[in-house]
Design a protein around this ligand. Structure first.
Ligand code: NDP
Ligand code: MG
Ligand code: MG
Length: 340
């Protein structure tokens, strides 16, 4: 089992004597910045003029252009969208890094796949909370925290790990538990999880189930309830108590069907395909494709996004959710997106 670090294993001095620049003030940025400040750390925000800039100022922070914030900071935490990090890093961060500074990430993609090549005289590590920013903030305020991963890529000061632990403590994560990993492991498992299970695997499973029922002549509305809507109940149970708690809570008929039919649907050929997906991640093939797609201004991403939005399950779902005021209906208009 992995070693888990808690508050007692971390010394906040490693961040409290420093100035931390949080670059980006989105989901993660606003949470890290506010938690660090409440933990007594000197925080400044690096941004471009716009919505986030206004928000950070309203929240009482000193906001500066990225270049200026980097210049003033000892620790630079990059919380920009991953696709935007390389160019902002090259133009505005790298020129202002000083020997002994720390360059920090919440996801390993750009370092692991060489989209950012840091100078050899700075510490490079990651602190990745395992939850969205609003949860990182809310749990901190409640006196708890979201577990986090830390990893050290480059240690020139000899205290990179101590600084990572101190940072994790200051955002509340060491109250819950901090695990040490590597940039390679964090990046590859994160990509695999979202592709094979959490996002890709799940949406394809839901669509295949829905289509099977509709093609057999059942009403799309009923198929929507059975294959998508009811997922929330199941996922909540899994989250609370794993597979066994979920299985304990459903009917015995449902549990028997789970045992007998689950492995027929997610069978050996599906697992063999998962291994190929993992291989494409490990070899850099997936990363290369995504980087090139962004450089080409996302032609395939936008085409698939539009097509998916018109799928019957989406059309039916929009209608049914408007009948359920207890479901906080959220709609995302599909717009052409660009990495630039
Ligand atoms: P968001 O998309 O929520 O926020 C991005 C921020 O970057 C915004 O404040 C945006 O400001 C700013 N920004 C974008 N472009 C520029 C630019 N050119 N110059 C200056 N500022 C810019 O990002 P996330 O918080 O989701 O992700 C940040 C990092 O955290 C990523 O590495 C991600 O992988 C990682 N992470 C995310 C998690 C999550 O749940 N979201 C969980 C764990 C890790 P503006 O308003 O100007 O656009
Ligand atoms: Mg991810
Ligand atoms: Mg049922």
């Amino acid at each position: 089992m992995a070693k888990v670090y808690y508050n007692g294993d971390a010394n906040e001095q490693y961040v409290q004597s420093k100035t931390v620049a949080i670059i980006g003030y989105g989901s993660q940025g606003h949470a890290h910045a506010q938690n660090l400040r409440d933990s007594g750390v000197n925080v400044i925000i690096g941004l471009r003029p716009g919505k986030s800039w206004e928000q950070a100022e309203n929240d009482g922070f000193q906001v500066l252009p990225v270049r200026e914030a980097t210049r003033q900071a000892d620790i630079v935490m990059i919380l920009l969208p991953d696709e935007k990090q390389p160019s902002v890093y090259k133009n505005e961060i790298e020129p202002e890094l000083e020997p002994g500074n720390a360059l920090v990430f919440a996801h390993g993609f750009n370092i692991h796949f060489n989209q950012i090549v840091p100078p050899t005289d700075v510490d490079v590590f990651l602190v990745a909370p395992k939850g969205p920013g609003h949860l990182v903030r809310r749990t901190y305020v409640e006196g708890a925290g979201v577990p986090a991963l830390i990893a050290v890529y480059q240690d020139v000061t000899g205290t990179a790990k101590e600084t990572a632990l101190a940072y994790a403590k200051a955002i509340g994560s060491a109250r819950a538990g901090v695990l040490e990993t590597t940039f390679k492991e964090e990046t590859e498992t994160d990509l695999f999880g979202e592709q094979a299970v959490l996002c890709g695997g799940l949406t394809s499973l839901v669509k295949a189930g829905f289509e099977t029922l509709v093609e057999a002549g059942y009403q799309p509305e009923v198929a929507y309830f059975e294959c998508l809507h009811e997922l929330k109940l199941i996922v909540d149970l899994l989250y609370e108590g794993g597979l066994s708690w979920m299985r304990y809570s459903i009917s015995d008929t449902a549990q028997w069907g789970d045992f007998i039919s689950g492995p027929r649907v997610i069978n050996a050929s599906v697992k063999a395909e998962m291994k190929k997906v993992l291989e494409d991640i490990q070899t850099g093939k997936f990363a290369k494709g995504w980087i090139l797609e962004n450089q080409a201004n996302r032609p395939e991403f936008n085409a698939i996004n539009r097509r998916e939005n018109e799928h019957l399950i989406e059309v039916v779902g929009r209608e049914l959710r408007s009948m359920m005021p207890f479901v906080k209906a959220k709609q995302k208009d599909v717009v052409v997106s660009s990495a630039k």
